[in-house]
Design a protein around this ligand. Structure first.
Ligand code: BES
Ligand code: ZN
Ligand code: ZN
Length: 492
């Protein structure tokens, strides 16, 4: 969808559909103007209780020959209760209504509605949410393709600050498209999105990003036996993707992403209902790839290091087994208590490797535990780590982007629970899945020495079980907007 800014009086805009926000029980200047033009049909609809302005309510009024052929009112609820996330949801609801009614173009001034947020924030919210809402993954649909409606353009009506709005449209579009790029990788079936595919995608990132792909031989040479162990049951080779983007000063920020392209559970095989969506177990890696793409395209003044361990977790006669003991990249031994806790195993090598390259901080994103979904549902990602200031900064970034995060307590009791009787660490807490999101993080902590480190468990937030506002059922692209916001804040 092409998004542009246009300096026009709202009542003179030429468009098939004009989208206007409406506060519950409260007229505003624009509405008054438009209502006059439409012979009071807005007031009439309100009087007849066809429309109240309740949050996310939609009303389409045909204008019978005006420069805008339809008026789409979107209810914004109470002005005092409004916030950027509600603006995103409103823009998404409107965009979907535009799409479902098969309008090819529309115009709106939703980014100008009055509440406590800057023009930049409001414009970004409208642009990002509209792109994300309209991004359906249809690559594999062959029948009825003509029924897939495509919205070609959105015009933001802006008279006060067109230069700023145009600039923000560009930035927000880049970030939203990088989020869709991450979503697509996750939505592709595992047979089409293997470690080799991820490596190919990484190699095609913008040229400012330096990409090194380690194949199995190279991973063997580096003695990353944890990645190799998880890969043993798969007939597809693993890859370790290393990304570097240097456009700032000082040590880089390392982003590490879990890239399990399919998680069958291994010999501790998953029950059928849990296995169905396990192509999504590389959402951490996808989020990091999306973040690099956006960072490079925006020319962010930062230094970044990316480390993505990629493999399937499968079963054959060579598969790794419960009871196996393996030596990770940093020399620590891991007792495999459960082959389905494979994410932490591959991250062991990746985190230790990342730290060796001396980053200033390490942030990992991983669809690590079902326990995190039990704890926080699909609304909040879990965050744990060794640096409270960084945790606060990421939580704040999440509040700004609507990617909600909740801290769980990573304390020594949980570190105790992942100590092994026979090796250094166990990949399953002594109490099994109890406190599982935290014991997962406690395990990872063994592969970090002194570098400030943050772990974000995105098992619940990476995948939407149903359509909701600007999320489409399936991959959410969670993490791209969050990390970009965090990086923008660190360079400011
Ligand atoms: N990939 C899963 C976690 C997951 C579950 C992600 C549901 C998204 C949705 C992970 O590898 C896993 O299987 N974890 C186990 C750990 C357990 C064996 C300690 C889990 O959560 O059950
Ligand atoms: Zn697993
Ligand atoms: Zn997994």
């Amino acid at each position: 969808m092409k998004i542009t800014a246009q300096q026009t009086k709202i009542e003179e805009i030429q468009t098939p559909a004009l989208v206007i926000g409406y506060w519950q029980d409260q007229l505003n200047e624009d509405i008054e103007k438009l209502d006059k033009q439409l012979n009071n049909s807005i007031k009439q609809a309100i009087k007849n209780k066809e429309f109240t302005g309740e949050l996310y309510q939609i009303k389409i009024i045909s204008t019978l020959g005006k420069s805008f052929q339809h008026l789409l009112l979107i209810g914004l609820g109470k002005q005092t209760e409004f916030n950027p996330e509600k603006l995103r949801n409103s823009a998404a609801t409107a965009a979907l209504a535009i799409k479902n009614n098969n309008f090819k173009q529309y115009a709106t001034n939703l980014h100008t509605i009055k509440f406590t947020a800057s023009t930049e924030q409001k414009t970004a919210a409208v642009v990002e949410a509209s792109i994300l809402a309209l991004h359906h993954f249809t690559d594999y649909k062959t029948t009825d393709r003509d029924k897939i409606h495509i919205v070609e353009s959105m015009t933001l009506i802006e008279t006060k600050n067109p230069a700023l709005v145009e600039k923000t449209i560009n930035t927000a579009t880049t970030i939203a498209q990088a989020t869709c790029f991450a979503r697509d990788m996750v939505n592709h079936p595992a047979s089409h999105m293997t470690p080799l595919t991820l490596a190919d995608i990484a190699k095609k990132l913008p040229k400012q990003i330096n990409v090194t792909v380690h194949n199995k031989k190279s991973i063997e040479k580096m003695k990353m036996h944890a990645i190799l162990a998880v890969n043993k049951g798969s007939s597809i080779e693993p890859r370790l993707i290393v990304l570097k983007y240097n456009n700032g000063r000082g040590q880089p920020i390392a982003l590490v992403g879990k890239g399990v392209t399919f998680d069958s559970g291994g010999l501790n095989i998953k029950p059928e209902s849990s296995m169905e969506t396990m192509k999504m177990d590389m959402a951490g890696a996808a989020a990091v790839l999306g973040t690099f793409k956006a960072a490079a395209e925006l020319g962010l003044k930062v230094n970044l290091l990316g480390v993505l361990p990629c493999t399937e977790n499968m079963i054959n006669g060579s598969a790794y087994k419960p009871g196996d003991i393996i030596t990770a990249y940093n020399g620590k031994t891991i007792e495999i208590a459960n082959t389905d806790a494979e994410g932490r195993v591959i991250l062991a090598d990746a985190l230790a490797y990342a730290e060796e390259l001396k980053p200033r901080t390490i942030i990992d994103l991983a669809t690590l535990t079902g326990a995190c979904i039990v704890a926080l549902g699909h609304e909040y990602a879990g965050i744990m780590g060794t640096d409270e200031k960084l945790i606060t900064e990421l939580i704040n970034a999440g509040q700004q982007t609507g990617e909600k995060i909740w801290q769980l307590p990573l304390t020594d009791e949980f570190r105790e629970q992942v100590k092994s009787d026979i090796a250094d660490v166990r990949n399953l807490g002594k109490l099994g899945r109890d406190g599982g999101a935290i014991t997962g993080a406690a395990f990872l902590n063994n592969f970090i020495n002194n570098t400030p480190w943050i772990h974000i468990d995105i098992a619940g937030t990476a995948w939407a079980l149903e359509d909701k506002h600007y999320l489409r059922k399936g991959a959410t692209g969670y993490g791209v907007r969050l990390l970009i916001n965090f990086l923008q804040n660190t360079t400011r």
